[in-house]
Design a protein around this ligand. Structure first.
Ligand SMILES: Cc1cc2nc3c(=O)[nH]c(=O)nc-3n(C[C@H](O)[C@H](O)[C@H](O)COP(=O)(O)OP(=O)(O)OC[C@H]3O[C@@H](n4cnc5c(N)ncnc54)[C@H](O)[C@@H]3O)c2cc1C
Length: 400
């Protein structure tokens, strides 16, 4: 059996290794269009590779995929986060879990993951063909014909793991086969707020905010980081992911609403009732769970004088302060790619795939895996988990 894997990324390597381990007599070749494999693994997670997430319930895990969560249920039944941990640990790469559940190799280096995948593939005699761009796929009656650098090669099975494409044009070689594509757009990016005074607070992290896009009902929570260009941190990245398609339609010009305290108006008013009888100075006495720098920034923005004491705060000013604390609004003008992890949402429509096997419903013998699919997760190791799972299933089933 001759198996071709298109793409030397995380999903392609997992598929190739699983195929060869399942059927050692098969010939498995990875075709990679560039002169490097596993390039994204190498740079992932800030050079540490956030391999997966310590979420060990399928119902919980799928909540982290804005696209494809529901459809991943079946694949996760076959290869779950626990399998990822075992897969790496049984091959001599123990993982560790950080406080936020992200899992990294204990070495803290993505090179460990790259080396493991490369060495495993080499030991199994998986061939890696560099600078080999697959430009067309032509399924014939019994075999599948691939055009690679102008040459035509025949295979029994083909696994397509060519990764996400930021543009629809990058997927034309697959639309030519009739596959339905969900228009790809970027996901996991930070918000640009050029010249907004809030950027003076760059480096500041606010622990528990609630964010939403004006006009959208979706809310996200978590830490928010103020950067020199705008805003980042989990509460922003999750919004960029869940609202990726709407934000693309708005051409990344929109308003973001921020509840800096993560509590509702009623709770805040109760806290204020106690404060407004206090003789303490407002600048010195910040009773709320936000950093001092942000507190001073807000008071200045509201033109509260430095000598203002709590119990002399006018009702109108109090209401404006409450509104700013729980419903602040910022204009966003553009996006910046998040350095730690970015993905494209969109890709091959999942209705084209048998999610038990990752085989195409359209063409027998063709399998799909990885970011090329219309599956993407928020940050935290969820994207690699999807690549390991779909790669594993495609590899295994291609040998049956
Ligand atoms: C900077 C960065 C950091 C990240 N960090 C994390 C992280 O820590 N945790 C996490 O879960 N996710 C992370 N991600 C996301 C994760 O890296 C991807 O979701 C994952 O690598 C996708 O794997 P893949 O194999 O599907 O695609 P890719 O890794 O993109 O691999 C596809 C390969 O196919 C090749 N190819 C494409 N077309 C062809 C063709 N026609 N012929 C031959 N070869 C072709 C490409 O050159 C590429 O090598 C990060 C992403 C980025 C960009």
């Amino acid at each position: 059996m001759n198996i071709a894997v298109i793409g030397g990324g995380a999903a392609g390597f997992m598929a190739a290794i699983t195929a060869k381990e399942s059927k050692p007599e098969a010939s498995v070749t990875i075709f990679e269009k560039t002169d490097k494999v596993l390039a994204k693994v190498k740079v992932s997670g800030g050079g540490r590779c956030n391999v997966t997430n310590a979420t060990f319930s399928i119902a919980q895990l799928i909540k982290n995929y804005p696209r494809g969560g529901k459809q991943l249920k079946k694949p996760f039944n076959h290869f779950f986060t626990t399998d990822t941990v075992n897969w790496f640990e049984n091959r001599g790469v123990p993982l560790k879990t950080e406080a936020d559940n992200r899992m990294f190799p204990k070495t803290n280096s993505s090179q460990t993951i790259v080396d493991l995948l490369l060495n495993t593939a080499e030991n199994l005699n998986i061939r890696v063909s560099f600078k080999s761009k697959v430009s067309a796929i032509n399924p014939t009656e019994n075999k599948i014909n691939l055009s690679i650098n102008g040459e035509n090669l025949l295979f029994d099975k083909v696994i397509i793991a060519s990764g996400g494409s930021p543009k629809e044009s990058g997927l034309e070689w697959l639309t030519a086969l009739g596959y339905k594509i969900v228009k790809p757009v970027p996901s996991l990016f930070t918000f640009n707020m050029p010249k907004n005074p809030i950027t003076e607070l760059m480096g500041l992290s606010v622990p528990n905010v609630i964010t939403s896009i004006k006009g959208s009902k979706l809310k996200q929570n978590g830490p928010l980081l103020i950067t020199h260009w705008g805003m980042s941190g989990p509460a922003i990245l999750k919004l960029s992911s869940w609202d990726a398609q709407d934000l693309a339609k708005l051409n990344y010009n929109f308003s973001v609403q921020i509840n800096w305290l993560g509590i509702n108006e009623e709770e805040l008013r109760t806290q204020f009732t106690n404060l407004t009888s206090s003789r303490k100075g407002m600048y010195k006495h910040n009773p709320l769970e936000i950093p001092k720098r942000l507190w001073h920034f807000m008071l200045k923005k509201l033109e509260v004088s430095e000598s203002q004491i709590w119990n002399e705060l006018a009702k109108k000013s109090k209401n404006r302060l409450i509104n700013m604390l729980i419903n602040d609004e910022f204009e966003v003008r553009g996006k910046t790619t998040f350095k730690e992890e970015f993905v494209s949402c969109g890709g091959i429509d999942l209705s084209e795939i048998n999610m038990q096997t990752m085989e195409s419903k359209r063409h027998k013998g063709i399998y799909f895996a990885g970011e090329l699919l219309n599956i993407d997760g928020v940050t935290g190791g969820f994207n690699f988990q999807a690549a390991w799972t779909t790669g594993y299933l495609a590899g295994k089933n291609s040998t049956l």
